[in-house]
Design a protein around this ligand. Structure first.
Ligand code: ATP
Ligand code: MG
Length: 386
């Protein structure tokens, strides 16, 4: 529904721009995805119209501050004026951006050939200045122009290359690949937030085996994460992989991961989740010997599925793994997190003074409940005063 709305909106925007005498096409990911037979996530429009001309045609649209000359329209469609870029500063941003009237110039400032194909939804025509369609047909990821220059301009493209190649199962064209190998050390110049964001996209995407292969073979992994071991369990993760799970897999046998969390600007939540996964790896060895209360406490962790998957990816479907999976199936939330028999108010009613002892007592009572030693409030109260 939302997507249909996006497509229809993007078609009408092009129609309107062309009607006003401008050149306008769909471009980038949406054209690429469509040619691959995939549903585009969102639609981008590129046009010869300048931002103020776009705004006068679409009064409800908004100029997006940071990205120069881009107008955000309804349904998330972005309308960007054709542009070429001047010299790059600091491996991130061009010093100047010139608006252009020709699509060909806009194509060559893009990163990879498969990302620079235009489509005219009105004439139903595809316009390709960079050989993107041939590369799509061959399954090749190729930088536009001189790959050295392109990775030197914007170092983040090194990781974008890995992301697209892994996602689509594409080979990286030879010269593009050698440039990546040569330029890999530049990745360290990218700010932690951007690294984290791009790695997040790679690690939560499909084909982690390919992502791992490209990251290793280009030397990007060694540069970014010298801590990571070879032959990584990352590639064995199945299903939809969370960010902390992927990172925990990468950080196998790393003694202290805190420098990594800092370098990659983890959020507190991600850091806690990842550290928790790594800290609890050894739990599986003891799982079958644990008291019932500890076992249940372990199995009711918010990210228990990630704990299990990390263990499976490391050791396979061990006895402990099957045991835990079975228990999770057998025990619903009412078994793992039953309604407490008593709480702090009951302790006050018993004449106990509130204090740190409270949580200790309540924990002991809950242990007894989880182990099936007590079932009723009366038993819980008796235990509390004992
Ligand atoms: P996705 O489906 O992951 O969003 P996408 O191709 O739409 O893929 P975006 O990051 O949304 O990727 O960027 C949109 C388009 O802008 C790209 O297809 C590419 O043409 C261009 N682009 C984006 N980032 C860069 C970059 N760092 N260097 C050059 N061109 C870029
Ligand atoms: Mg996109």
């Amino acid at each position: 529904m939302a997507l249909e709305a996006g497509r229809e909106m993007a078609r009408r925007i092009v129609e309107r721009l062309q009607g006003a005498g401008h050149v306008a096409y769909w471009v980038g990911g949406c054209v690429r995805d469509q040619l691959m037979g995939l549903e585009p996530k969102d639609f981008d429009v590129a046009t010869s119209a300048r931002p103020e001309q776009v705004l006068s045609l679409f009064p409800r649209a908004q100029l997006v501050g940071a990205s120069f000359g881009v107008v955000l329209h309804e349904a998330g469609v972005e309308i960007a004026t054709f542009r070429s870029e001047g010299k790059y500063r600091d491996g991130r941003r061009p010093e100047e951006v010139r608006y252009e009237t020709e699509a060909a110039l806009d194509a060559t400032r893009r990163d990879f050939t498969i990302n620079a194909i235009f489509h005219d939804p009105i004439r139903n025509e595809t316009i390709d200045f960079v050989g993107g369609r041939a590369d799509l047909a061959a399954g090749v990821l190729r930088a536009i122009g001189d790959p050295h220059l392109r990775f030197n301009e914007d170092h983040l493209r090194l990781l974008r290359a890995v992301r697209f190649a892994a996602r689509f199962g594409y080979a990286i064209e030879t010269q593009t690949h050698s440039a990546m190998v040569e330029m890999a050390p530049l990745i360290l110049k990218i700010a932690g937030e951007r690294l984290h964001d791009e790695m997040r996209r790679i690690l939560t995407g499909p084909n982690l085996d390919l992502a791992w292969k490209h990251l290793s073979e280009t030397g990007l992994l060694r540069e970014m994460l010298p801590e990571a071991k070879a032959g990584n369990r990352l590639t064995r993760l199945r299903g939809s992989v969370s960010v902390p799970l992927a990172w925990a897999a990468l950080l196998e046998e790393v003694d202290d991961a805190s420098p990594v969390y800092r370098r990659f600007r983890f959020s507190d939540e991600e850091r806690h989740a990842c550290a928790d996964l790594l800290a609890n790896e050894h739990q599986f060895r003891l799982l079958q010997q644990l008291p019932l209360s500890s076992l249940k406490r372990f199995l009711r962790r918010t990210h228990i599925a990630d704990h299990l998957e990390l263990h499976r990816a490391t050791y396979g479907e061990t006895e402990a793994y099957r045991f835990a999976s079975q228990k999770l199936q057998d025990w619903g939330p009412e078994v793992l997190s039953p309604q407490p028999l008593i709480d702090g108010r009951d302790l006050i009613a018993l004449g106990l003074a509130p204090g740190p002892r409270f949580s200790q007592i309540l924990r002991q009572v809950e242990d007894a409940q989880l182990e099936g030693r007590i079932q009723s409030k009366t038993e819980a109260l008796r235990l509390a005063v004992s």
